[in-house]
Design a protein around this ligand. Structure first.
Ligand SMILES: [Zn+2]
Length: 414
């Protein structure tokens, strides 16, 4: 036994999270892994649909389960207002409230507050705002955010951070926000009552300044949280800047921890971010756009409200395995048609339900296919096929994607 060579470790555990690296792409920085949380394992890379008020608009928990989703996102800000902490404590948390036996991630509530409430102000103590219900002054502190998330009982909880739009030109304020986010992480760690059953993730800030991002990565990584998020992005910055930040942060983060890029959901953004080494994503866009009659497909977006779909009796997307698109019997009889969705779009909620199901499936399946490609070590081919379908007939690829992928060894134009 003395001669056994030590293999590089491929898994790491904390009290409520095990991260197992399954495969690494031999060209890009993409990875496939399994993250095991208190409510079961989830395969990474993955997309997390957003169930704002403990429900995903238009889907029952069973239907969400049917899309293959095993980790969805709830908003602390909304749950804290309604049903409120007392009800959450009484029912025993958000899993019980929504009849969802799989994993939940909650945000801290801070981003919602700053983005939804114009009168929110940030001080060292926390985020001050006026109650949207009765206008009384309120304060969300790191301690309060963690206490709410402890009552929600989510499998992953997020630190309260000081979020600025990345395009803010105020470097002094950006540095203050980054350093404050580190101090707030310390307060969150101290306030967290359930480290054995809930995983607190830190959030890297620092805007578009790579030095500030690197400094923040160093501080945050030293605090050894079970997972790490890259925050503040998707706030109107150029896509090139977005890719630079995601790429730079991922290179500094520990290999055996999940990396979550917050707030992104366009299929191209997901695929490029996976190539840059990210594992987890969330966004309201796929479900929101469904309510406007839009289907996400491998060939781009279809607006089913358009007249040309009135007599289109094909499925929403050919070959899609979602419950709306797949044939309803062994003879291959079609179920839901584009014509049916068109007929109901923007009139009856059923169209929004069907497109929500399809879009969530699309996003989850995109990440499943990326994962299979990484495991089979054919991820670069997968990326080229994906972009080839989205931009057919030699239409120009977006230059930000070409450049970002070139940086990790994929030439889209070859
Ligand atoms: Zn479908």
């Amino acid at each position: 036994m003395w001669a056994v060579k030590r293999m590089a470790s491929t898994s790491a555990s904390s009290a409520a999270l095990t991260f197992e690296l399954v495969a690494k792409c031999s060209t890009t920085r993409a990875r496939a892994s399994v993250m095991t949380l208190p409510h079961g394992p989830v395969n990474l890379p993955m997309f997390m649909p957003v169930a704002t008020q403990a429900s995903l608009k238009g889907l029952t928990p069973e239907q969400l389960e049917g899309t293959g989703c095993r980790l969805c996102l709830n908003n602390t800000y909304h749950l804290g207002l309604k049903p409120g902490q007392e009800v959450l404590d009484a029912v025993g948390g958000a899993h019980k409230l929504q009849g969802w036996n799989h994993n939940i991630l909650t945000d801290s509530g801070g981003f919602q507050m700053v983005s939804l409430l114009k009168l929110a102000t940030v001080t060292e103590e926390g985020v001050r705002f006026l109650s949207p219900h009765d206008g009384t002054p309120m304060l969300l502190t790191p301690e309060h955010s963690i206490s709410l998330q402890n009552s929600i009982g989510s499998d992953i909880i997020m630190q309260l951070d000081d979020v600025l739009v990345t395009t803010s030109p105020d470097k002094v304020r950006m540095r203050e926000a980054m350093e404050r986010s580190v101090r707030w992480l310390d307060r969150c760690i101290a306030a967290h009552k359930n480290p054995d059953s809930q995983n607190l993730f830190c959030i890297i800030q620092g805007g578009l300044d790579l030095d500030m991002r690197r400094e923040c990565c160093k501080e945050m990584v030293a605090r050894d949280t079970p997972g790490i998020a890259i925050g503040g992005l998707s706030g109107g910055e150029a896509k090139d800047d977005f890719c630079r930040v995601v790429g730079a942060c991922n290179q500094l983060l520990p290999e055996l921890k999940p990396r979550y890029v917050m707030g992104i959901g366009y299929p191209e953004d997901l695929v490029v971010s996976v190539a840059l080494g990210a594992d987890m994503f969330d966004c309201v866009w796929p479900t929101r756009t469904a309510r406007f009659g839009n289907a996400i497909t491998k060939d781009g977006m279809l607006n089913l409200k358009r007249e040309k779909y009135a007599a289109d009796f094909g499925p929403i997307e050919d070959g899609c395995g979602c419950p709306c698109c797949r044939p309803i019997d062994e003879e291959g009889s079609m179920g839901i048609t584009r014509a049916f969705v068109h007929h109901n779009a923007a009139k009856e909620t059923v169209a929004a339900h069907l497109l929500t199901m399809h879009n969530v499936w699309y996003q989850l399946n995109l990440m499943r296919e990326a994962r299979e490609a990484i495991i089979a070590d054919r991820f670069p081919a997968f990326v080229r096929e994906f972009f080839g379908r989205l931009y057919p007939d030699g239409q120009g690829y977006p230059s930000w994607a070409v450049d970002a992928l070139q940086g990790v060894g994929i030439d889209l134009n070859s």
